[in-house]
Structures are given as C-alpha cells and as structure tokens.
Design a protein around this ligand. Structure first.
Ligand code: GLU
Length: 300
C-alpha cells in the first residue's frame, strides 16, 4: 500500500514536471492535476512512458540510491553517533527523492569509488563534490553545476610554506580519482613556477609527474591528513570544501586558491534519469532552492 501511494505520488509529480517543465513536489503535482491536467495512472508502465525505463525503475524500486561524501561539512557529512547525513548535497538528494515520491538510501563514496558504484548500478546518482570536467562528461552525464568551489593546499605551519612557490620540489598528497594534482600543476605552470613542457591536461597522470612537484595518491582524505602530520607529504591538495575539516590547529591554507571546481549531479550516461535530474536542478537554481541550501549550510 505504502509503495502504491509512493508510485501514485511519483506519477503525479511526473505529470507536473511534464506539464510545467519543473516537477517539484506532490503538492505542485496535485495543483496541476486538479487544474484539469492529464490523469496519471498509478502503474509502472505509465511512468515509463512519461520518463523512460530508468526513472520508472527507481519509482518501481521505491528507493533512490545516492552516493554522497561523509566528511565534507556543508556538503555531505555523516554524524558518527546517529548515522544521519547532512549538507547541501544531502538536501538536494532528498528533494530529488521527494520529487520521485520514493525513499532515499545514502551510500558513502570517495573520489576513487564514486564512479565504480555508479557504473555497477549500485547507486543511481552521485552528489559528492564531483567536479564536472570535459573528460568525465565523456563517461557520465552531469547536471548544471549547483556549486562552484576552488582548489587549495593545506600545510603544517611548521613547514614555512605560505604560497604556491613554497611547493616547488615538494611532495603533495592527493586523492586517487581527483582533479587535484592536475589543477595544482596547472596553477604552478600559470604562476611561472614550473615549465609547462610535457603537461597535457587530457593525459595527465599524477603518478608520473615529477617536474617541480610530485604527488602521492591516497584512497581517502583522512589518510592524506595522517600523511601530512607524519611528514610523509609536505602538503595536502584538494577543494577547499573538503580541506576545511582537516584545517586544524597548527595547519593553514596557502594563500592561493585556483581551478574553479563546478559540482554537478552525476548519472549514468544516456540515462533518462539524467534528463529528469537536470530539469530539477535547473528549476531549483532558478527558484532559489539551491541558494537556500547554500545559505543554510553557511557556504560562501
Ligand atoms: N572535486 C574534486 C574532483 O571531483 C576533488 C575530489 C573529490 O571530490 O573528492 O576531482
């Protein structure tokens, strides 16, 4: 019964989205329906007709499965005592599930695991500080960006490093599967600190780069933080949103921040769910919903 109610709500929401181009909640859907719109039927074939098989499968399952971060305050953060997730990416995900009329299930992902989990079908979408890049767009669909961050670098104060020039010939810790190393090399080239010879952003591999700066890659951010304390790396480079939680006593950001990182919702390439999500994000950017989440989470 519960499931049927959800499917009904979803189909109603679906009708609203089609009619107004901006399906939001069951309430909006109800308003459209009572205004004499197309009558939705509460079966799966109807939502499949309206949206396609991928959205219908989520509605049929009754659960939207979302990959999120668990240690990025303001974006995706999990309370270790209660297990509850919070942050703007959590709120956006919950609102997508609400629009579909389904429950939500969060899976903690890292920069290294988020795409495997999407590719394997374990999750339906990723909202995990996932930067939109041209190369990534070849493999996954991304929504319009909902937030723009910048890359920076965290160091131990005792290192004496205060800006990009201090990173010359140093070893920097980055996460596997991230844009961070490439962004740092590009910024150091732009600042005239290292030569750009041999730098190709498309084929860049952090493991192979040794000109003027080198990298160690880790599976997750706590491991980089530990490596920084232990002196295994001289600096920790990633988006500022992610670094914030590791900016503890005795550590500082260098002065520079660089490489805008536009975060988008990632979905399976070519999936009809991509179009569904895109519509919602565009609507929520326009109506101030996303800005509300940014403010609620004290971002910017
Ligand atoms: N946002 C960057 C990326 O997508 C940093 C990695 C991360 O999100 O953990 O590569």
């Amino acid at each position: 019964m519960k499931k049927l109610t959800k499917v009904f709500a979803a189909v109603m929401a679906a009708s609203a989205l089609l009619l107004t181009g901006c399906g939001d909640s069951a309430q909006d859907a109800g308003a459209s329906a009572s205004a004499g719109s197309e009558t939705a039927s509460a079966d799966n074939s109807s939502s499949e007709e309206q949206y396609g098989p991928d959205v219908a499968a989520i509605i049929d399952r009754g659960v939207l499965r979302v990959g999120v971060k668990n240690a990025v305050v303001g974006f995706g953060f999990q309370d270790t005592l209660t297990g509850e997730y919070s942050g703007m990416e959590i709120s956006i995900a919950e609102k997508i599930a609400e629009s579909l009329g389904v429950d939500i299930e969060f899976t903690t992902v890292t920069a290294a695991t988020r795409t495997e989990l999407l590719d394997s079908g374990d999750i339906d979408c990723v909202l995990a500080t996932f930067t939109i890049t041209d190369e990534r767009k070849e493999s996954w669909d991304f929504s319009t960006p909902y937030y723009t961050d910048y890359v920076s670098v965290l160091v131990e104060d005792s290192s004496g490093i205060t800006d990009l020039s201090g990173l010359k010939d140093k070893t920097v810790g980055v996460s596997s599967g991230s844009t961070s190393a490439r962004s740092l090399v590009s910024a150091m080239i732009d600042a005239g600190l290292i030569s750009g010879d041999g730098f190709d952003p498309e084929t860049f591999d952090p493991a192979l780069w040794t000109t003027g700066v080198s990298f160690r890659q880790y599976d997750d951010y706590p491991a980089i933080s530990t490596a920084l304390s232990a002196g295994e790396v001289d600096a920790f480079c990633v988006d500022k949103s992610i670094l914030a939680v590791y900016n503890t006593e005795g550590r500082s950001y260098i002065q520079d921040q660089f490489s805008p990182q536009e975060y988008g919702v990632a979905t399976t390439k070519g999936s009809d769910f991509s179009a569904y999500v895109e519509n919602l994000i565009d609507q929520w950017l326009e109506d101030g919903t996303i800005q509300g989440f940014i403010e609620e989470n004290n971002l910017q």
